[in-house]
Design a protein around this ligand. Structure first.
Ligand code: SAH
Length: 278
């Protein structure tokens, strides 16, 4: 075991920003060419976090994808390895230094394709473009991604501009750091990699896959607290079940997400205000 500031790798090759990389996963799981998330963070201990559990965790162990945390701390300035400083122009908090983040991005870019579509480089930020299922699909097609987790007031703008880093947001709220957002984005992406989900069909039917929210799901018992499962689902009539589910998905989307509903109608040549029996 190495110290808490050592970089660590999960599932594949270790990156070596300092002398002592730490590979938490067994060598037998090394899978050259697997989809890889490189995460620049002050808190490598936060990884794999929830990504190490359940299906994403099993897939990580199997080498279907890889996770490499690049620790910002050893890349810091001076004896104290300072990574942040006060904001130019004054104001509260601290800002992550451009030179320190630059070193991390140099390490992260080693061996990655120059073409950003093949390897998106992203700063998690509330100012960014909101993350969507479509982005998860694009990222799953890439060879990997580099994610920068901010802390404090964020990252010096110059390093974002210099590397033409794309900013992506988890949603319209402010987190303390980018680590939770990075895990959310990686989770959404990794589950679209073939064989990560046991049953690939579930990714095809779920919310957003066709621009609609998912239909309601039921399981045993058939009657619970006086509430029955809709008869149609117990009928064994697959075509009718498919129709019912689509109707429910449309009804829910129309009610809850008029923005998605309008986009769906435009894509399918339908009138969003149509008065169909849903
Ligand atoms: N001062 C910044 C917020 C900094 S929050 C602002 O007002 O825009 C600290 C870090 O948390 C950010 O650098 C970012 O990496 C992360 N973060 C916070 N909210 C986020 C969100 N909604 N999506 C993605 N990352 C977020």
């Amino acid at each position: 075991m190495t110290g808490p500031s050592a970089p660590r790798s999960h599932g594949r090759l270790a990156l070596r920003p300092s002398a002592q990389p730490r590979d938490l996963m067994a060598e037998s799981r090394v899978a050259a060419g697997a989809w890889t998330a490189r995460v620049i963070t002050l808190f490598p201990d936060a990884f794999p976090g929830t990504l190490g559990l359940s299906l994403t965790g099993k897939a990580l162990e199997m080498g279907l994808w890889a996770l490499e945390a690049i620790d910002l701390r050893p890349l810091g300035e001076g004896r104290h390895r300072n990574v942040d400083d006060t904001p130019a122009g004054g104001g509260a908090g601290m800002v992550l230094r451009a030179d320190v983040m630059h070193r991390a991005l140099e390490i992260a870019s080693a061996g990655t394709p120059v073409d950003r579509a093949s390897w998106p480089t992203v700063y998690l930020s509330p100012r960014g473009k909101p993350f969507t299922q479509a982005m998860a699909r694009d990222w799953a097609q890439a060879q990997g991604v580099t994610l920068i987790c901010g802390r404090f007031e964020g990252v010096d703008q110059r390093v974002i501009d210099h590397w033409a880093v794309e900013e992506v947001s988890l949603g319209d709220f402010v987190l303390t750091g980018g680590e939770i957002a990075a895990q959310a984005l990686i989770d959404a992406t990794v589950r679209l990699i073939p064989r990560v989900l046991g049953n690939q069909m579930s990714a095809e039917e779920e919310s957003f896959s066709e621009g609609l929210l998912e239909f309601p799901q039921y399981t045993r018992p058939p009657l619970w607290e006086g509430r029955a499962i809709p008869d149609i689902l117990l009928s064994g009539h697959h075509a009718k079940i498919t129709d019912w589910r689509r109707g429910q998905a449309e009804r829910l989307t129309k009610q809850r997400r008029p923005d998605l509903w309008r986009a769906y109608c435009a894509a399918h040549g339908r009138d969003p205000d149509e008065d169909r029996e849903l």
